[in-house]
Ligand binder design. Structure first.
Ligand SMILES: *[C@@H]1O[C@H](CO)[C@@H](O)[C@H](O)[C@H]1NC(C)=O
Length: 353
């Protein structure tokens, strides 16, 4: 009997231990395993505050609140690993070659418009007004499904417009700071002031003037009044030249689609030469996208923010050492950048990186 009793005491202990073990296990299961559903509730309970946020949004004017509240949804919608959509819109002619963009920027969406090819996948209603017909057509046709960041550019890899020591678009686009675009809404893809800044056009002084075809001063005032009936015509307009810039979809949508339709209608019907109507828009995009008529940040600030090229030596407001010199002719020599202006052998001035 005593032996039997000893056994029962031992058994009781074992039962107690097993019971304790199970109790602990259940407790832990509750704490750890079931914690996922417990966490879900706070998530759903953060949804109601979103509604006041949206109300605030209306009052505060879009700027700050928007990115935080909207991005997650947008990213989910747009799929691909939650990444943002970046696109290029290229105003090109059949003779030009934009294929380098596929090679070096495979992750960007390409919208290559061929203005002189009616059968091209993307083309324009009328080849008029240079690149502006393309840019407006893209905005109008994609207004409700715009990519997040859009770069409006010209097709050639090497072209004098490109702000690079070799006029090479590759390092220019590689350096382009998308996060800066996202804070600004609109960014001109050029920093050198040579052509455009600080005051390319003086709409009031130059009204009616007929200078070289490259200058739209004489017709700018009328163009401005058509584009921005709500604004007073400014004394001076300046932005670094050449109509290559980037815009976010939010910035585009700060204007109604009808505005862009109206701009294009004007372009389709105007009797001005392409060089003039195109140039009026070239010197209006920054105003369309919310910048002041003179939009000329110093070259030093611009290179740093737009291209991440900081600590450059910038002896003048509008240029930094070794970055950009206005070329002698607008067409680069055949064989550039390895053949120079006098058919001499030439090395790149800078890397393609
Ligand atoms: C180009 O670079 C190579 C190698 O650095 C050099 O030997 C050559 O002289 C350079 N050519 C010219 C035209 O500057």
């Amino acid at each position: 009997m005593p032996i039997h009793r000893r056994f029962t005491a031992k058994n009781a202990l074992i039962v107690l231990l097993i019971w304790l073990f199970l109790a602990l296990a259940f407790h832990l299961k509750d704490e750890l395993w079931n914690s996922a559903p417990v966490d879900v509730e706070p998530v759903t309970s953060t949804e109601p505050p979103k509604i006041p946020d949206l109300h605030e949004n209306g009052e505060k004017k879009l700027d700050d609140v928007k990115p935080d509240t909207k991005k997650p949804d947008v990213e989910k919608q747009d799929g691909v690993k939650g990444e943002k959509r970046t696109a290029v819109v290229v105003a090109s002619q059949q003779s030009e070659d934009p294929t380098w963009l596929d090679k070096y920027f495979p992750h960007w969406e390409k919208n290559i418009y061929k203005v002189d090819d009616k059968t091209a996948k993307l083309t324009v209603p009328k080849n008029k007004g240079r690149e502006s017909m393309v840019y407006l057509t893209f905005i109008i046709d994609n207004y409700d499904k715009l990519p997040d960041n859009i770069l409006f550019i010209h097709p050639q890899r090497y072209q004098w417009h490109n702000d690079d020591p070799d006029y090479d678009g590759l390092p220019m686009l590689r350096h382009f700071q998308l996060p800066y675009l996202e804070t600004e809404g609109y960014v001109n893809i050029r920093c050198a002031w040579a052509l455009g800044c600080p005051a390319e056009i003086k709409p009031l002084e130059e009204e009616g003037e007929h200078r070289a075809a490259v200058h739209a001063g004489g017709q700018y005032k009328a163009g401005f009044e058509m584009l921005f009936p709500e604004l007073e015509v400014p004394k001076e307009v300046g932005v670094s030249c050449c109509a290559q810039f980037a815009v976010t979809k939010e910035k585009i949508r700060e204007r109604k689609k009808e505005d862009y339709v109206r701009y294009r209608e004007w372009l389709l019907t105007t009797e001005l030469e392409d060089s003039i109507s195109g140039r009026i828009l070239e010197y209006s995009w920054h105003i369309i996208f919310g910048k002041s008529p003179v939009h000329c940040p110093t070259a030093e600030e611009c290179y740093c923010k737009v291209f991440g090229l900081c600590k450059l030596e910038c002896p003048q407001m509008g240029s930094c050492a070794g970055r950009y010199i206005l070329p002698p002719f607008s067409s680069l020599p055949e064989g550039w950048p390895f053949v120079g202006w006098n058919s001499e052998q030439r090395n790149r001035s800078a890397s393609e990186e």
